[in-house]
Design a protein around this ligand. Sequence first.
Ligand code: NAD
Length: 498
Amino acid sequence: MDTIGHYIGGTHIGATAGERSAATFNPATGEQIASVLLASAATVNEAVQAAAAALPTWASTPAPARARVMFRFKELVERNMDRIAALITREHGKTIDDAKGEIIRGIEVVEFACGIPHLLKGEFSDQVGRGIDTFSMRHPVGVCAGITPFNFPAMVPMWMFPMALACGNTFVLKPSEKDPSTALVLAELLAEAGLPKGVFNVVNGDKEAVDTLLAHPKVAAVSFVGSTLVGEYVYRTACAHGKRAQALCGAKNHLVVMPDADLDKTVDALMGAGYGSAGERCMAVSVAVAVGGVGDALMERLVPRVQALKVGPGIDKDSEMGPLITKEHLAKVSGYVDSGVAEGAKLVVDGRGLKLQGHENGYYIGGCLFDDVKPEMKIYKEEIFGPVLGVVRVPELGDALKLVNEHEYGNGAAIFTANGDAARAFDYGVQAGMVGINVPIPVPIAYHSFGGWKRSIFGDRNVYGLEGVGFYTRVKTTTSRWPGGLRGGAEFVMPVLA
Ligand code: NAD
């Protein structure tokens, strides 16, 4: 049985005395495939010290040289795409093509980070007073920590560290203990790309590792992606320890279907966004809002498609949807479906209890579809994070908007319509950070930035794009005067530049 360890100061690190471990499983078969070390406070401290030691040299490395490491890293990730995708599928369960998709979305951030010399160009104002110039430059913040979820073991870390490293920071990544291997491969590829030892470190672990990072005096900034309750805790604790923090959290994304929408294309969109990656995406669509009597026609097309979903192991080319991440999560998702039935929603397609021949111990559930979901039901209010789509019927667009806006989460929201006025009214009025108009999963491209509203985010900075540059740098503004411009005599009033 493999043991998955840490990567600190350019070296793979195994267990130290007394370190705990946890089992990792292949969700497609239910078999244990490895055990992962859960870093003790001492191991996390070692990683932070390595990152702190590497900081001065890396921070003062010219930005074009840091960018060149990113160029080489991009090429290496592309060359290793098949290997990384296979690893993701083995530990996470998603299909190979879906795993490749997340790697490509991560590479897009690396491509953006390759432009860091341009992005870090400062501002300069000459003659702000006689003989006086002012300039502002962005400097690295220091040692940054990233705490990431299980659902995108390549993409979400790549939302963070390419930006942090390109800006001149060093980094400690704490990936999800459920699929910990991808982070270690990315660390090896960064080293192969020429990143100096200690600039990027990985500690595997759980709450103990996270808590140590949050309280560590040498950690300057914390980026978190994961569930809302944990994210709120991480954000508050990091801030209480004087760090800058951003936490991107849970979601309940609505897709509003207007009566004039192209229903075949809308159903295609709902299938991919609701059931792709078994619904384990923070931008998954979990609520379809049928406006103005379109519900019956929508259900007529949707039901056979959900019934025909091909569920199977992620390595099987024919699978459209793989298993859930763990046995416990399977039980939780099935429990939500039970609660929907108990609360009176109409379960039109029931995927519970699915057993696949030859994979009886895998964590599978078929696609589930509810009709007549009401806002007070648990299946509407909470993030299920599984292949469960609920349909809510409302009379008008205004009712749909009210529904979306009253929900506690505001990550993504989409509208499918042929009417520009309806699309514009929705876009303008909706309280969500990412909006799709005839686009079901509007994950912004790397040169924009990703982030929700309401309890889908804590902190005021999104990830990647210019927001990422802002998060991973601090501004220094210099006011400069050369001897020729110096005035004689002490000035006791507040200096006024004129
Ligand atoms: P999670 O919150 O359980 O775990 C996220 C990270 O926090 C992991 O590294 C985990 O080890 C750590 N952690 C877990 N419990 C902790 C605790 N009590 N104290 C300190 N650290 C703890 O999330 P998950 O199940 O891995 O991921 C799914 C969630 O992530 C969903 O809610 C999903 O919506 C969200 N997500 C959000 C985004 C986004 O950008 N908004 C993107 C991807 C996933």
